[in-house]
Design a protein around this ligand. Structure first.
Ligand code: SAH
Ligand code: TMP
Ligand code: ZN
Length: 405
């Protein structure tokens, strides 16, 4: 048993993916020696119900200056964040000279809409090369980790924030106490702190086991988030389900007692009760389903190789690190993986050392099968690569089970 990073309670381990690399640490060919590995294992806090990892990767390893992930590579995500920004511009950012802060602003995918509207804003992100992309569009960015000290500095220089927003970042931060202390310092009395992250309920229901990787230190659910924010003086006042990234929830929090919670909060808590998200047996079932999927995937890829079929990967996602390294997939089963991110091309996938090639390599010539590691972008990619299926190609998808499309 280890100790809960949020409440100090006991964390019961339910799934161990073994030694894993940092999921976005793509390697230069010839630079594979001495790769950093850690034990990727997840457990459930028997006190506050927070699902979390048992080993913490140092933040500078996960989010170095040349962190390669770029949010804007997906058309669907660009429109998602534009909608989010428009929503806040029409609701929370309507007072005189409103101020919005984004934690984990990456390449500016969300703040560009706020900036274009002429609203005072600030992005905070330690990933320098991504932040430079945002700054080049006129977005104000601080290249550092958001935590208690940086939040206090922002409060001193820019004043209180009406909105603190963060997508796919707060669950990456093991040191939640410092982040929420910072948010408490920075937020205006009637401000809101809104964050959205992958939803544990979707992960468990659909065996989305590859949503578990180093960056996703916590796997949030409504009950665990409500308890977490309450410890830090916040109250969960709204919950909204989002279809992005395989299912996410947007949590709206305010200073305790400032806002009346919407009925959605109680509805989601009841739904989680029915789903069994506070029962360890649900996680044991999830772990068994994960093992079965991996065995099926390895069997399929091995038999395709025996038949002489060509199989490549599509989407060098962070998620694919978990699948490839847990299932032991390497270049002998998947000779390369195509990805549109310039920063990943020409490099090797972490741990599994599969070369990453540009999407143009996909049709040169088309393989017989392609493992869709970027399954959360399935609609966008399958439409874009329609010629692959027209040529007789088949997509291999491994969640919620192994199947062909
Ligand atoms: N919000 C974007 C990016 C998500 S990737 C999106 O949803 O697509 C996570 C980002 O959080 C990375 O750019 C990483 O550098 C940043 N990050 C990690 N820890 C952080 C912290 N403590 N403060 C601010 N940003 C952080
Ligand atoms: P994500 O699931 O973490 O957002 O990562 C998606 C990865 O898939 C990212 O490396 C970019 C890649 N990708 C493509 O190669 N082509 C595409 O059309 C899309 C949407 C993503
Ligand atoms: Zn706990």
């Amino acid at each position: 048993m280890s100790m809960c990073r949020i409440c100090g309670g006991s964390v019961k381990e339910f799934l161990d993916f073994g030694r894993q690399p940092v999921s976005d640490a793509f390697l230069a060919p010839g630079d594979v020696d001495g790769e950093f590995l850690f034990r990727l294992a997840v457990g459930f806090c028997t006190t506050c119900t927070m699902v979390q990892q048992l080993e913490e990767v140092p933040r500078e390893r996960m989010f170095p200056q040349d962190y390669p992930y770029r949010s804007s590579g997906s058309t669907a995500m660009r429109s998602h964040f534009e909608q989010a920004a428009r929503h806040f511009l029409g609701t929370q950012l309507t007072g005189p000279d409103p101020f919005a802060v984004e934690i984990g602003s990456n390449d500016g995918i969300m703040l560009r809409t706020i900036q274009e509207a002429g609203v005072r804003h600030l992005g905070v992100d330690p990933a320098q090369s991504a932040a430079e992309g945002a700054a080049a569009q006129g977005i104000r960015v601080r290249t550092e980790f958001f935590e208690a000290s940086s939040a206090a500095a922002i409060r001193a220089s820019d004043g209180p924030a009406d909105l603190i927003y963060s997508a796919n970042t707060i669950s990456h931060i093991a040191y939640a106490d410092s982040v929420f202390a910072g948010a408490a310092t920075l937020l205006a009395p009637d401000g809101i702190f809104v964050f959205e992250d992958r939803y544990l309920g979707d992960i468990v229901e659909h065996t989305y086991f590859d949503q578990i990787y180093d960056e996703h230190f916590y796997l949030y659910a409504v009950r665990s988030v409500q308890a977490m924010v309450a410890r830090f003086g916040f109250e969960l006042v709204d919950v909204e389900h989002l279809p992005v990234h395989g299912g996410s929830l947007r949590y709206t929090t305010a200073r305790a007692g400032e806002r009346q919670p919407t009925p959605a909060v109680a509805e989601w808590l009841a739904r989680e009760e029915t789903q069994g998200l506070a029962d360890i047996s649900s996680y044991e079932k999830f772990a068994a389903a994960t093992r079965a999927v991996c065995a099926d995937l390895v069997e399929l890829l091995t038999s395709l190789r025996a038949e002489g079929k060509r199989v490549v990967g599509y989407g060098a996602t962070a998620k694919s690190a978990t699948v490839a390294n847990y299932c032991g997939l390497g270049p002998e089963l998947i000779p390369y993986v195509c990805d549109s991110t310039l920063e990943k091309q020409g490099r090797l996938t972490p741990g599994s050392h599969i070369p990453v090639r540009p999407p143009a390599a996909f049709s040169d010539p088309y393989p017989d099968y392609a493992v869709l590691f970027a399954w959360t972008h399935a609609e966008e990619i399958i439409a874009k690569e329609q010629a692959f299926r027209d040529a007789g190609g088949k997509w291999i998808v491994y969640v919620p089970d192994v199947h062909l499309l």
